[in-house]
Ligand binder design. Structure first.
Ligand code: AMP
Length: 444
């Protein structure tokens, strides 16, 4: 299948060629025709599947197809959970719109001054990408004009709900014209998402791309069981020192932990920086720019801050602290294996976290092979992991320099300390009553 067979206009085909996208991904092959036909779409697709182009290409084509009435305000509104994702969607839009003349793009996100955003909203805009909190703020001050609005896209809707944006999203949507085309992308069809989709979408085309085959096939996954936090820190340093690690993201459970670990990695001789929600937007942007440019090799991040990062050179994702939910795991490891590259996802787990690892495996349908690391004592996962498909053939420890070949090593039994669950210092907004699908810590 080709992009041309999806009836995309020559200007978009040219931009796709320049971007090096040779053929549509499955989500693109399904979503583009439905959106071009004007249908509402509910798409279940993970990050890394090409979902951004899936919604941008037909939307840009629609903008080209007819002129909008004069006036101000956006013709297309894309809502994203985080500022970083908003920036990436805007950048993708300008990439695909390269051959389209006079397209006006903008972003409205939190953490930056209001006046330039007010000016932006006074103008006619084609595509506006926004995070819900700041956008609603402008709306409530009467600064948003929706009379030209044709399309609303909710990107990573599950994440917006997780971050407590449900009420904001509903208020924004209530103010948009009923004639709009509405498109929702989400990693899951979890209960609340289905309910929201039922309220916002009209007879949507439902598209589901299985997370396993779509996204994680190129990502080798394994876990090092450790006896304590000191050991996982030492192991991480060994892997960074000797392993075939290009650029890496190391995920921590807390902002504080991210700062401390970034400092420690720096002291160990690697260019490292922390990225989390307590940092000012300017500092976050600078850090991300340095990471993209390669001058920062190791980014130590919390879940929310790392959302949407798309850097092709990321060879490894390290789960220094396990994620709180299996969905977070999928999002984290989706930072590697981008744009057709392969990648490795390396998790560290205490024995007490074995259940969490199993829940992630059940959620993704993929084994996370336990591995030992040469030079370190072996910690065996608890025996109830006997059914673990990855536990066969244990014995030979991996060298720090080994490239990931799944299904190998483990070793002799070892002791592990229990692990007090972390949480108070988590990144992001955690509203009361938060409920998460496939919660790793508490059971799913
Ligand atoms: P996304 O799932 O939107 O975050 O996209 C993941 C990555 O895939 C991005 O780096 C895109 O540039 C890239 N990409 C999107 N569509 C294609 C395609 N058809 N062929 C190759 N790469 C693509």
């Amino acid at each position: 299948m080709s992009f041309a067979s999806l009836n995309l206009i020559p200007a978009l085909l040219k931009a796709l060629e320049a971007a090096g996208h040779e053929q549509p991904t499955p989500i693109q092959a399904s979503a583009i025709p439905a959106m071009l036909a004007g249908r509402d779409v509910m798409a279940c697709a993970q990050t890394g599947t090409g979902k951004t182009a899936a919604f941008l290409l037909p939307t840009l084509q629609r903008l080209e197809a007819h002129r909008a009435p004069a006036g101000r305000g956006p013709r297309v509104l894309v809502l994203t959970p985080t500022r970083e994702l908003a920036t990436q969607v805007r950048d993708a839009a300008s990439l695909y719109a390269k051959e389209l003349k006079h397209l006006r793009l903008g972003t409205i996100v939190g953490g930056v001054p209001y006046p330039p955003q007010q000016k932006l909203l006074m103008q006619p805009l084609d595509v506006l990408v926004a995070t819900p909190g700041r956008f609603l703020d402008h709306m409530e001050r009467g600064r948003v004009d929706f009379t030209r609005l044709e399309v609303v896209i909710l990107d990573e809707a599950d994440r917006m709900l997780d971050m407590g944006f449900l009420a904001d999203v509903e208020r924004i949507m209530a103010a948009t014209p009923a004639t709009r085309q509405t498109v929702m992308f989400s990693a899951t069809f979890e209960g609340r998402i289905a309910t929201l989709a039922g309220r916002l979408l009209k007879d949507p085309e439902r598209i589901r791309i299985a997370p396993t085959e779509a996204q994680n096939a190129k990502i080798a996954q394994h876990v090092h069981y450790v006896s304590d936090v000191a050991q996982k820190k030492a192991m991480l340093m060994a892997l960074l020192n000797e392993g075939p690690v290009g650029q890496a993201i190391v995920f921590t459970g807390t902002k504080h932990g991210a700062d401390r670990l970034a400092t420690a990695i720096g002291q160990n001789g690697h260019s490292a920086a922390a990225l989390h929600g307590d940092m000012r937007q300017g500092a976050r942007n600078r850090t991300l720019a340095q990471f993209r440019a390669g001058s920062v090799r190791v980014l130590v991040a919390t879940d929310v801050a790392a959302r949407g990062i798309d850097v092709a050179a990321i060879s490894h994702v390290f789960n220094y602290d396990l994620p709180r939910s299996a969905e977070d795991y999928v999002h984290r490891i989706g930072r590697t294996g981008r744009a057709g590259q392969s990648g490795s996802a390396v998790s560290f787990a205490l024995r007490a976290e074995h259940g969490a690892v199993k829940r992630i495996e059940r959620f993704t349908g993929q084994p996370i092979a336990p591995r030992a690391l040469a030079g370190f004592p072996v910690t065996e996962p608890p025996a109830n992991g006997a059914k673990d498909p990855a536990s066969a053939g244990r014995g030979r420890p991996e060298r720090a320099g080994d490239r990931n070949r799944s299904g190998r090593p483990g070793g002799a039994p070892g002791a592990g300390r229990s692990f007090a669950r972390r949480s108070p210092d988590r990144d992001g907004r955690a509203p009361a009553g938060r409920s998460r699908l496939a919660s790793v810590g508490r059971g799913s």
